[in-house]
Design a protein around this ligand. Sequence first.
Ligand code: GLP
Length: 240
Amino acid sequence: MKIIELETYEEMSQLAAQIIIQKVREHPTTVLGLATGSTPSGLYEKLVQDHVHNMTSYKEVNTFNLDEYIGLAETHEQSYHTYMDKNLFSKINLRKEQTHIPKGDAVDHLIEAQKYEERIQQAGGIDLQVLGIGKNGHIGFNEPGTSFSSRTHVVDLTPSTRQANQLFFNSLDEVPKKAISMGIATIMESKEILLLISGTSKNDAYKRLLHGAIDEQFPASILKRHPKVTVIRCQSPKQF
Ligand code: GLP
């Protein structure tokens, strides 16, 4: 893993954006893997600014998001569909058909997970995957104990993850208990990975990632086996 430590959230977002912009400019048909949460929103802001000022085009890009809550309609305020539309998709030249996010309101979630995995394979896999990390080491919504050989699947969210994400909902009760997430093997097949870690609340997770063993109890630890991972770490969190 290549580790880059920066001071501010702004610098982290700027560097992550530069890496993506360069990739898309060199390879206009790039398949991007995208993440949600507080951490990557600054990156998306930078991509939008660049699109407006430098006209980087996403006309031929395809995107696949890591995950979606089960039980939320696409239009729900806290769905990852809404997050992506608000933060990125509606602000750059990406048509709906180019973007992919698991359907949290699918009739059969198991089939939806399987279909999503197939869609990723049909697109030729992910070229560059953006990741955040949970305090417990989760990547996507792959919670501790998830098999390293998992493919896109239905997951039960841990109480700690639901609590961490409560911030975006009115109450804990409203936070979904399940999600559809790319599996760990799916993520590991990405040709390149960009892991963003911001804020002191992630100190323990960051230390464990750097110094801990590769262990299914800490999902992000598998990234140490990937040949092309860049970790960008900043101490300061996003300023709301
Ligand atoms: C969420 C998402 C992850 C994200 C993580 C950290 O549960 N499913 O993809 O990386 O939590 O989120 P944040 O960046 O808000 O700390």
